[in-house]
Design a protein around this ligand. Sequence first.
Ligand SMILES: Cc1cc2nc3c(=O)[nH]c(=O)nc-3n(C[C@H](O)[C@H](O)[C@H](O)COP(=O)(O)OP(=O)(O)OC[C@H]3O[C@@H](n4cnc5c(N)ncnc54)[C@H](O)[C@@H]3O)c2cc1C
Length: 397
Amino acid sequence: MTYTLTDAHKLIRDTARRVAREKVAPRAAEMDETGEYPHDVFVAFKDVGLLGLTVPQEYGGSGAGFLALALAVEEVAKHCNSSALILLLSALSTQPIVLGGNDEQKGRWLPRSASGEVKGAFCLTEPNAGSDAAAIESRAVRDGDDYVIDGEKVFISGGSVADFIAFFAKTAANGPAKGGSASGGGPRVISGFIVPTDSPGFSVARTDRKMGVIGVPTANIVLQGCRVSAANRLGEEGRGFRTAMLTLNTCRPVVGARGLGLAEGAIAYALDYARERKAFGKALVEHQAIQFLLADAAIGIEAARHLVYEGAWMVDQGQYDRQHAAYLSIAKTFATELAIKVSSDAIQVLGAQGYMKDHPLERHYRDARQLTIVEGTSQIQRLVIARAMIERDIVYW
Ligand SMILES: Cc1cc2nc3c(=O)[nH]c(=O)nc-3n(C[C@H](O)[C@H](O)[C@H](O)COP(=O)(O)OP(=O)(O)OC[C@H]3O[C@@H](n4cnc5c(N)ncnc54)[C@H](O)[C@@H]3O)c2cc1C
């Protein structure tokens, strides 16, 4: 079995393509320049129902799934990766609830997320714990019917515009944990929480100055004595790390879709330019060196497309646990590394013009550089892939 695109998938892709051309493309350079979150783009996505693609129908979403989301993200990323991230965040912030929440939590947060009434963020990374996420130091201490949470999260996409965050903290101090050590703790002392951002003790310490994907702020979030009801804990104590990892697994092909779309948009722009620009008496497209560069981009794009669609389809089939993680990592790694190469090559096609802000390629290049770092670096993906080979989840004979 493998993916096929249904009429529903094609409709969502075409809708996203239209919104991307009409509402996103005209705003892309401006948001990159100003760094202001594009609320109008969020509303444009909301108006056509693109914010609830991965939210189940019984909780107000369309339940269209991750392949549908990947298709939509690809279309948007052809023009603007900040806007593509907004779509991705609709899943990254709600998946902890879909995967780890109870009926009450799902009923409270998912319909409002799917409708665009609220937006969320995913808070895992800390100053002393990035790739080694199990080393987080945030603490949630039980106090009667509440938890009091203290901790700092860094580089949180959309954290400063979020209405709620999925926050991961250690709860080891509350009694014997199911694993890890009581002092430092390990993955099995981590719990997930939904924290409304109007909770006392929540603050945005700052937003970061950064290289790319500038339209979506990256925020430093501090919880200081932040009291939330125990009803906001996602699942049992100690289940948070698994929820966080599964959330990342499900979203990895969608990060790949950000890379895929970016590569397509960059090379399509370069091709248009190369048809018109002349050197040595003929159009650039007639020079074989340029043709090979274009062809290499197409080879990579078509390979990435299948990896990304297949990975997203696997997620829709429920195949995103440890056993399947390697394929999702392959999709993410290939498509995001491709985005860096193709956007760089696209600049080369334009020569000096490619380096200028009059064209979108330098923005695509800066945006692409983010993709091999977020949601697990390329190195961490390779650890996952190699582990699967060693443990025979991937077998070649
Ligand atoms: C723009 C942006 C947005 C982000 N958004 C979010 C968000 O919304 N939510 C969130 O929680 N986080 C977010 N992050 C954080 C991101 O997930 C982390 O940056 C990432 O997981 C890597 O962690 P680190 O930066 O601390 O790098 P480190 O873990 O310090 O790693 C540094 C380098 O060492 C390598 N390395 C580390 N361990 C190993 C190993 N075992 N083997 C081989 N190499 C290794 C890494 O690959 C990397 O190259 C964002 C980051 C950026 C840049």
